[in-house]
Design a protein around this ligand. Structure first.
Ligand code: HEM
Length: 190
């Protein structure tokens, strides 16, 4: 929500997709998700920039192994810095910008097959809730954007939003987002 409020053109694009696919007379359903590629791209881009588990869960090398030119001794503790990987300028164009479009018409997904993008980890210890989390985050974001118009409290400009992250157990927003909702659906369901 913070990135969308900060980038009103992206929010408009998402509202537009929701209006076209669902219309403004009913709420979003789980079965709509497969027809909302821009929504999915917004979630992927958010997980790239603001991956909650920035160093994955610590892993251990069960045997000495070679990774590129590095020898990893048996029993080393391994931390994978997804925060750095997913903002690496050698891999990502304009890495600090919120650009969901980079995931449109792209086969890159978060299933752990592409080490440039691993917000849920990879391999045997990949997040077991990947599929659940992917659906719930899309459903919640779609419902928030589809059911309400969002604006900032008077006097706050999108460009001034504080986007600093804070590292606790997972990465969180240092300054909570304050927004004002206004119902937009023309239905009695909300
Ligand atoms: C967007 C939401 C989520 C993200 C980005 C996420 C990400 C991750 C990551 C990066 C790992 C570590 C993988 C690794 O070290 O290779 C992990 C592990 C795990 N996640 Fe998630 N997760 C999310 C939601 C959830 C939810 C909702 C649950 C539970 C209902 C959950 C349960 C777990 C568990 C139990 C593990 C440990 C798996 C193991 O070590 O074998 N996650 N998750």
């Amino acid at each position: 929500m913070s990135e969308l409020i900060k980038n009103p053109d992206k929010l408009l694009k998402l509202e537009d997709e929701l209006n076209k696919v669902i219309g403004i007379r009913r709420e979003v359903k789980e079965s709509d998700l497969e027809n909302l590629p821009y929504l999915h791209a917004c979630i992927k881009e958010t997980l790239r920039l603001h991956s909650p588990v920035t160093l994955l869960i610590p892993h251990r090398a069960t045997e000495t192994c070679q990774v590129m030119n590095y020898t990893i001794p048996k029993d080393s503790q391994i931390l994978i810095n997804t925060y750095a990987i997913q903002r690496d300028p050698e891999v990502w164009e304009d890495p600090s910008s919120f650009r969901p479009e980079r995931f449109m018409n792209s086969s890159m997904d978060y299933q752990g097959n592409d080490f440039r993008y691993i917000p849920f980890g990879a391999g045997r210890r990949i997040c077991p809730a990947l599929s659940f989390a992917s659906k719930v985050t899309r459903l919640v974001l779609a419902s928030l954007v589809h059911n309400f118009e969002w604006s900032l409290p008077e006097g706050t400009k999108p460009a001034e939003l504080d986007m600093e992250d804070i590292f606790v157990l997972v990465l969180d927003k240092a300054v909570p987002l304050k927004v004002v909702p206004k119902a937009r659906l023309q239905t009695d369901e909300v």
